[in-house]
Write a protein that binds this ligand. Structure first.
Ligand code: SF4
Length: 207
C-alpha cells in the first residue's frame, strides 16, 4: 500500500472509469465496465497507461460513487485495472461490486499482495518486478507481453508456476507487433496450449 490515505479501501485513486468492450485476453469481445486505478511502480517502457503512474495526480474517490456508476450500465462484468490495482486494499470495492451482483475481473502484474475477491484474475507478469508466488497460484489467465525472443523464454518460465487450469496467452507489444507476431505464431504452433491475444480495442478505436 502506498499510503493509508485510502481509509482501508473506502476511497481509491480513480484515474478513469468507462463502459467499453474488453479488447484483450480471455474475455475479448465482451462488454465490461472498466475501473482504472492510479499508481504503478513497475515501470514498463511500453506502458500505454503512463498517466496512471503518478498517484498524486489521482485524488481519492469514494468507492460508493464508483460502484454506483458501474452498476448503472447494462454489462454485469467489471474489470479492475491500472496502474497496479493491488497497491490498495480492494476488499471494500470488490465487496460492494459483488453485493450488486457484478462479476469482477482483475488485471494485475501480481507484484503486490492480493486483497479483495475476484471472479477472474488475469496475471500479466513483468520481468523487472516479478509476481509474488500467490499471484501465480491465483491466476486464471497468464498474459505475457512479447517484444522479442527473451519474452517467450520469460513466458515459458512463468507458465511453469501457474496452476494446470490457467489459460496461457502471448500478446504482442503494440509498438513492436510486426516483429513480435511471427515469434508468437511460431511459439503457439509448437506449443498449442498457448493462445494469441491481440489488443483488439486498438483496432476498434475504443478505450
Ligand atoms: S505494470 Fe501495467 S500499468 Fe504498470 S507500468 Fe507495466 S504496463 Fe504500465
Amino acid at each position: 500500500m502506498i499510503e493509508d490515505i485510502w481509509q482501508g479501501g473506502k476511497v481509491l485513486p480513480l484515474v478513469e472509469d468507462f463502459y467499453t468492450i474488453q479488447g484483450e485476453g480471455f474475455h475479448t469481445g465482451w462488454a465490461a465496465y472498466f475501473i482504472r486505478l492510479g499508481g504503478c511502480d513497475v515501470g514498463c517502457r511500453w506502458c500505454d497507461a503512463k498517466m496512471t503512474w503518478n498517484v498524486k495526480a489521482h485524488p481519492p474517490v469514494p468507492i460508493s460513487e464508483i460502484v454506483a456508476r458501474a452498476a448503472s450500465y447494462p454489462a454485469r462484468s467489471i474489470v479492475i485495472t491500472g496502474g497496479e490495482p493491488l497497491l490498495y486494499p480492494l476488499a471494500p470495492l470488490t465487496g460492494e461490486l459483488h453485493a450488486r451482483g457484478l462479476e469482477i475481473f482483475l488485471e494485475t502484474s501480481g507484484s503486490h499482495p492480493f486483497s479483495g475477491t475476484f471472479d477472474w484474475v488475469c496475471l500479466s507478469p513483468k520481468k523487472q518486478m516479478p509476481p509474488l508466488d500467490e499471484a501465480f497460484a491465483r491466476a486464471d489467465e497468464l498474459k505475457v507481453i512479447v517484444e522479442g525472443a527473451a519474452d517467450i523464454d520469460w513466458a515459458m518460465a512463468c507458465a511453469e508456476r501457474v496452476g494446470k487450469e490457467c489459460l496461457l496467452f502471448l500478446q504482442p507489444e503494440w509498438s513492436r507487433r510486426e516483429e513480435a507476431m511471427p515469434l508468437i505464431v511460431e511459439h503457439i504452433l509448437k506449443h498449442p496450449r498457448w493462445r494469441a491475444s491481440l489488443q483488439t480495442h486498438k483496432y476498434m478505436h475504443i478505450p
